[in-house]
Structure formats: structure tokens, C-alpha cells
Design a protein around this ligand. Sequence first.
Ligand code: NHF
Length: 477
Amino acid sequence: MKIISLATFEHLPVRVGGLSEAVTSLAEALSKTDEVMVFMPSHGIINKESDMDFKKYCEFEIFVGDETQPIDVYETKRKNVRMFLFSNKILDNPQVYNTRDIFIKKMVSFTKALPGLFNILLKKEDKKPEVIHINDWHCIFAGALVKKYFKIPFILTIHRLCRERMSVRELNEVNLGELVEPKYLEGEYFNIENFGAHYCDFLTTVSYTYLNEEWKTFFGTFDGKTTYVWNGMDHDFWSTNNLKNSNLLPKERRKLLLNKHGLEDGTLFFNVGRLDSQQKGIDNLLMAFDLIMKEKVKGADKVKNDLRFILVGSGDNSLENEAVEMESCYNNNMRAVIDFLRRDAIREYYGAADYCLIPSKFEPFGLVQLEAMCMGCIPIGTRVGGINDTVLSIDEYGEKATGKLVPPNNPEALARGIVDMALLSREKENLTEIIRQNGRPHVIDKFNWDRAARRYKQVYDNMATIKLPFVSYAEAY
Ligand code: NHF
């Protein structure tokens, strides 16, 4: 049994995006066989009323530039995982990432506080984690200091490349200049992920396709110590057994849901998540829907009257407005639910919809397509990142398929994909049913957290001395 430590800016109950679920589930899975410690800024949760029990573990001081800052560390246990939350005026800010200035201050305090806690763990419990696993760029400096002062391996996982930079002046001001070496510099700037990837012992990302998409721009430089580990999925939660109307047929649930939204029954396409154009491609989705309704795609005339589209999410104001305008334009076919719904409410939509639309322009891993497959809702997604790794497309897999993949950043292709699947539902009901049922076992078998934890442990154990065998996408299946 090892002592594994993970540092992150998101872990439940703090959640901004998929990073939180990924780190929380990984920590839980690792804790079945090993001792697991998670380190995170408090983001104010220790001051909130919750069912979590926080005990003060220690206090000490850190130095940031000319300033001395007090640090209080609180400990709590979530399932079998020991969580350590760092608290002071800066680290308690409930805004996890905003604004940049406040965020950088938080990151610097966390960077200094983590080695401080390692010192105390050694003194108080005679314990030193055997590995520090850093998740995303926010914790890279903290991981680097821990590696430097405690001589333990530093694993870096990139959940999404952010390409954030700091100037050498900014680093010197907070006395982190010790990390600056010319090879990490881009002019007077310091690319944090580039530094982390050089400095770490092993670099991973969350899908094979994302690794390849960013090979030339980033990962290829670190060949030999770089690989991918797929995330898993909480399939106990994402199960039709948990639905309010679990006894009904999907078609009956669909009718009820559409009725609730004032729509007649039809083939239901659903999209959930952040409304943004940069990553999630919601601009392309709205364009695709418009193309279909205007019959600008072959076959659209046959399916459009029967097509229902519900979009659930919030985000960019311009996209929110566009979606609402579209709803009034196509009032018999579309609803825009501009809201951030809880997971159990979203589950009801998956349990009623025929298809789930995932039009991302890039997606390191992505959870939506897996949630959909687990719930018997067929994903139609773009061929990028984790969507490409996890969805078996009807075009290549036929009766073994679990969904449909279309080229990214191409509203016409997305519109054609939607029309093709709407036609399939009408003309080949049996095949649609087979594809729908293929999803859940595929996800349970390939994308589970125990499997992810085993592969991370391989990474922790082999370290930089032994190259992890590169399992290709085809071999992995
Ligand atoms: O699923 C957790 C998540 C990914 O694609 C997602 C992303 C951020 O963009 O690994 O991290």
C-alpha cells in the first residue's frame, strides 16, 4: 500500500467543470487499495454550513514577496479519502478561478503552503506521500516545489491545455524565481504547462485522440514520459433505474417530458452543458438546427416536422439569446432551458431523449457522451478527443455501434448527422434499439474508475525510468 497524494483546484463539493468529478472519482477509486490524500484551497467551503466535518490539522506561515501570510489547514474525510483544505483570506475566496489577479494570488499561496504541509505531515505522522499527482496547471508550481524539496515523483495530468503564462517579473515578485530556467522561457514569459511538462516525471492526458491532436503543439516534446489515461464514469448514478418513471418505456417518458415543455411527441434531440462557442461548439449546433429547419440539408424535409430539440444550459449571453430567439422562431420544435440544472434533473432528460448532441470543437475527455450512453440515449458527437475515443460510430461499427460521429466544426455535417439518425429512427427501428442498448455495457466495461486507477498506478510505479507501454486506441479495444 502506497501513500498517494493529489493536488487540485476542484474536488467535490467544489465543482466548476468536469475536473472536479474526475479528481473526486479517481481519489475514491485509488483509496480502495492505497492511502489517498487530496490537497486543495478551501475556496471558502470550511466556512459554509455543510454535512462535512472539518478539523483543524495545523497552522503555519508562508512568505510571499515581502508579506507573511498565515495558513490554517483543515482536514476532513470523504469516503476513504483524506482531504486537506488550505485556508486564509486569499485561499477562502469562493471564486475558484476568477479574476486572474485574485486567482494568481491564490495559486501562489497554495504553491507555498503545500511544501509547508508536507513538512508537518513528516513531523506529526512520520508520513511522506510517495507520489504527488498534479491535476492541471493551477497546481504545477506546488508540485514542482514538493518534488524539489521532498524528492518524490511528480506526475502531471493535463485535463485541458490552457497555455497560461506568467512573466518572470511576476514570479520574482512572489519569490518563485528559483523555478525559472532559460529553457522554459518564451521571451520574458514563462509558459506554466510547458514548465510542468519538462519538470514532471510523468505526463498524462485524458484521451488518446486529445494526446494526438496536441502532439505537435505540446505533448510530442515530452515523448517517452507521456501517455494517456481515460477517465471513468459513475454508472451507478447514471442509470435509468434511478429515474422518476423508471418503470415506463423510454418512448413514454419522452412523451411526458415533451408534454411538460408544451411540445407534441417526436424524435427528441437533447443537448446539455455550458453554452460556449470556443470549446463546446454551441454556435455550430444552433446553425445546424437552423439548416435543418430551413431544409438546407438532404432529407431534412422528411424529418423536420417530427424533430424536437431541447437545449439545457447557460453560459455566453449571446448564445443564450440566440437560443431563446430560435425557440420563438421554431416554437413547435424547440425549447431552450437557460438554466444550470442539478445532475438528477439532467438525468431525467437523458432518460427521455432519443439522441444527445455533443458538438464540441475540442474535448479532452468529455462526460456527456458517456452519461448519455449509460442512460440509453444515443450520442451524436464530433470526432474529437475523448468523444472519438469513447463513441463507436455507426459508420464504422454498424450493429456494434454506440452512436454517431461527425467531423468537428462543420455545421452542415452535424445537420446531416442529425437528419441521418432521425431517418434511422423512422426507418430502422430495430437497429436504433440495438445501438441504444450497446452504450451502457460499453461504458461500464471500458470507462470505469477502477480501470483508470489501475492505469494511474502503473504510471506512479514505473515512473520515468521505465517507459509505459503505449497502448494504442485500437489495441485498447
Ligand atoms: O472531461 C476531466 C475534464 C474533461 O473534456 C473535459 C475537460 C476538462 O475539458 O478530465 O477536464
